[in-house]
Design a protein around this ligand. Structure first.
Ligand code: HEM
Length: 465
């Protein structure tokens, strides 16, 4: 006779007791809980809703892939974001499915490669404008500047020529405000909207600004031909194909809202994650000069003094390793929880229907069982062939399963181009004490301002001789 194994008891911690640390540094607090439990499921006692930290790769795989239909984007994190994102590819159920089906073909490795040449031109032009910083020798806010450089490329890919630079900047700054002001709501999702939380007012003002830019663009697009190669054109074509034969939607406002929600969601997912990853890069390079020197050498060898070209992406292998390691230690998608629809057993622990499962690559990427010296920055972990030797879910900056990031290839094409374009012209020097705390915004960003000074690369090379 076989006896069914009793479900294991999860490690339990009281969030009230951890409140001071939670307020100071919630991101590292969660990671430390994961490390101390050796990747075991940890139950966080907080309120009525059971909350579990899931960090072991087997358990992450179970939630994101194996039993993904039982784990939906509801509650923590997602509920407050819905006030910005609406019902889109970042939702779940039928709204997600229909958007995902339309968008997927636009983000394959092959399609994205076809955009590389145009992206390289845009990047080269925009990075050339940083010359002004190098001339003045003054420090500037790297977060803002990276957001602007990324914005220029993302807006072209997503919306073609539909948004002016000025509108693109309004959008980028409004997202930045939204991402910063949503922190309390992300951590307290069951708080009713009738109760005011810090950040509510600036968050709603940011949503209004985003709508002021996006809605007129969507409305104009609806009256125009949709033959462009950009993402909004593809969305228009697909949504039009769903209309009745006379081409008139039964509910025009619904079509408009669908397009608005997807445009807002894809832009948000693309721009912020890429910009914050590139901002963290400079802080990590500053702390690891031997990595920086090797990166400079690769860019010099592949790109020389520029311009950066589409075919360089393939050759920038160390640049890619460095970016992979930045995303291990500073994954911009640091938290994407799920809600259990039905009761289940995860890692031997019984979880209740309605439980919130905290999935955070920031914690998994630091587990001693899967990473040698996990807190050290070492791009060699991503030397060719290394990644294949790991558990698929020991490293998942782009998520996994059916909700896996759509923009992975776009990031892996555009980010090396941006890094190489910058380093072919400049050497960025960090100002400040080099200590940066990860802040729990929509994507992981440094709480402190990252300030850079640019020195012309040619001058730095001469000085080194
Ligand atoms: C550093 C760069 C990026 C990182 C780290 C990142 C990370 C992620 C993660 C972790 C998810 C999964 C969320 C979940 O499972 O709930 C995701 C989903 C998504 N990402 Fe990214 N992302 C990045 C860049 C981009 C770019 C450039 C785009 C451009 C289109 C993009 C579009 C999306 C979309 C549309 C989804 C939703 C997919 C779905 O649910 O079907 N991302 N991303």
């Amino acid at each position: 006779m076989t006896v069914a194994a009793e479900p294991a008891r999860p490690g339990t911690v009281s969030l009230i007791r951890l409140l001071p640390r939670l307020a100071r540094d919630p991101v590292n607090m969660l990671a430390d809980l994961g490390r101390r439990s050796g990747g075991g499921i940890v139950r966080l006692r907080s309120g009525r809703v059971p909350v579990y930290l899931v960090s072991h790769p087997d358990d992450v795989q179970h939630v994101l892939r194996g039993r993904w239909e039982n784990y939906v984007r509801e509650g923590m994190f997602w509920r407050p974001l819905r006030r910005l994102l609406g019902h889109s590819v970042l939702d779940d159920g039928s709204a997600w499915r229909s958007s995902r089906d339309i968008l997927q073909p636009l983000f394959t490795a092959r399609y994205v490669a076809s955009l590389a040449e145009r992206t390289a031109d845009v990047v080269d032009l925009r990075v050339g404008e940083l010359e002004e910083h190098a001339r003045s020798g003054r420090a500037f806010d790297a977060g803002e500047e990276m957001a602007d450089v990324v914005n220029e490329t993302v807006v072209k890919v997503l919306f073609g020529g539909r948004l002016s630079r000025e509108h693109g900047r309004r959008l980028s700054s409004a997202y930045d405000h939204a991402a910063r002001s949503i922190a309390f709501r992300l951590l307290l999702p069951s708080m009713p909207y009738s109760a005011r939380l810090p950040g509510d007012r600036p968050f709603m003002a940011a949503v209004q600004t985003i709508d002021d830019v996006m809605l007129p663009m969507v409305r104009r697009a609806l009256t125009m031909p949709d033959d462009g190669a950009d993402v909004l054109s593809a969305l228009l074509r697909a949504r039009r194909a769903e209309l009745p034969a006379d081409g008139r939607p039964a509910r025009p406002a619904e079509v408009e809202a669908q397009l608005r929600d997807d445009a807002v969601s894809v832009y948000g997912a693309a721009a912020e994650s890429t910009a914050t990853t590139l901002t963290w890069l400079w802080t990590l390079l500053d702390a690891h000069p031997h990595v920086a020197s090797r990166l400079y050498a690769e860019v010099e060898h592949v790109v020389g003094s520029g311009p950066v070209l589409a075919e360089h992406v393939r050759e920038l292998t160390y640049t890619r390793m460095v970016l992979d390691e930045v995303m291990r230690l500073r994954p911009s998608g640091w938290l994407f929880p799920r809600m259990a629809v039905r009761e289940d057993t995860v890692g031997g622990v019984r979880v209740e229907a309605g439980a919130q499962m905290l999935i955070t690559p920031y914690a998994t990427h630091r587990l001693d069982e899967f990473w040698d010296r996990p807190l050290e920055f070492d791009p060699e972990r991503f030397a060719p062939g290394e990644q294949e030797r790991r558990h698929r879910y020991a490293y998942f900056p782009f998520g996994g399963g059916p909700h896996q990031c759509l923009g992975k290839h776009l990031f892996l094409m555009s980010a090396p181009l941006i890094v190489a374009a910058i380093l072919s012209r400049f050497r960025p020097l960090l100002r400040g004490d080099g200590r940066y705390t990860p802040a729990p915004a929509g994507s992981l960003r440094p709480r402190e301002k990252v300030e850079l000074v640019l020195v012309p690369a040619a001058r730095a090379r001469q000085a080194a001789r």
